[in-house]
Write a new protein. Structure first.
Length: 307
């Protein structure tokens, strides 16, 4: 226990400015614990010195206490203060904010530190109202970050499988649960950590791909393509059909079934800016000799095209 804390409380008791709860604590300090004992041996003379200081602050005539009783009282008071401080930290802990986007929706978010986030469809981020020594963000899905530089407060994004640490830069994280996470740097430098603790640093136009939930593979490619979605452009480069379908589902808020499992690994390349859903699907079907069936407006099946 810090002596200053007790003295401040005792002073308030003396002046009659205690809250009812504080008054109970002070009175209980003396009244309820006088008959308790302690196994710690210490001279009564030294205990009297400690007690005299306490009663001097309270301006109360001291009763006859032994050092054992003093130590027991102090122990209980420390516990009471610890509980109070813990409760205060819980009560005043910065509130968490969660931002969510539905399928077919994007959202621009401005954080209190000056950071800008663009949240892609079917994604969410969680962050505190006010940052403390570390700016922690939790991401589900995909988002573009333009982080305000603050060397004293690192910016950390945690996904379901990797952690990305930066000071000030811009980057994209694609962390939908249906595939391993990809981190792409547009400017600056970031550090990416895998679940196994492996760390890599990547810079502009580099990407870190998490392979099989452990190995981080670095590649080089124009990172601007990775944020084409911000300008309403679907960019596909040898993208598997199974992955392409997930992108389209999030983009247009539809459900797509691939009827033939062997079609999942077909690769698709193309660029679609502000295109209607029907145009995107028909282009893919034409390129890969597929057939598109609409069960309903939002229920779609892709299958092989029969002769």
């Amino acid at each position: 226990m810090k002596k200053e804390i007790f003295l401040q409380l005792a002073k308030k008791y003396e002046e009659g400015t205690c809250t009812p709860e504080e008054k109970i604590v002070v009175e209980s300090f003396f009244e309820k614990m006088q008959n308790q004992s302690s196994d710690i041996e210490l001279s009564d003379e030294k205990g009297d010195v400690i007690l005299n200081k306490i009663f001097l602050e309270l301006q109360v005539k001291p009763k006859k206490y032994t050092i054992r009783k003093v130590l027991k009282i102090a122990a209980v008071f420390v516990i009471g203060l610890s509980i109070a401080f813990s409760a205060a930290q819980f009560i005043f802990k910065p509130s968490a904010i969660t931002q969510v986007t539905a399928k077919g929706e994007k959202k621009e978010i401005f954080l209190e530190d000056g950071t800008v986030i663009v949240l892609n469809s079917n994604s969410s981020i969680t962050y505190p109202e006010e940052f403390e020594t570390i700016r922690n963000i939790k991401l589900v899905g995909q988002a573009y970050f333009k982080v305000f530089r603050d060397v004293k407060r690192p910016f950390i994004v945690q996904t379901h499988d990797v952690k990305v640490r930066v000071l000030g830069t811009s980057f994209d994280i694609n962390s939908y649960n249906h595939h391993d996470t990809k981190v792409s740097v547009i400017s600056g430098k970031v550090e990416v950590s895998s679940p196994t603790g492996k760390k890599v640093q990547i810079t502009k136009n580099q990407q870190a791909d998490l392979i099989k939930n452990s190995h981080l593979q670095i590649s080089t490619e124009n990172s601007e393509d990775k944020i084409a979605w911000i300008s309403n452009t679907i960019m596909l480069k040898n993208t598997k059909l199974s992955e392409t379908v997930k992108i389209i589902e999030n983009w247009y808020n539809v459900d797509i079934t691939i009827e033939d499992p062997e079609l999942n690994n077909l690769t698709i390349s193309g660029k679609f800016k502000d295109e209607k859903l029907e145009n995107v699907l028909e282009s893919i079907a034409y390129l890969k000799n597929l057939k598109i069936n609409y069960t309903t407006k939002n229920q779609i099946t892709i299958r092989k095209k029969t002769p």
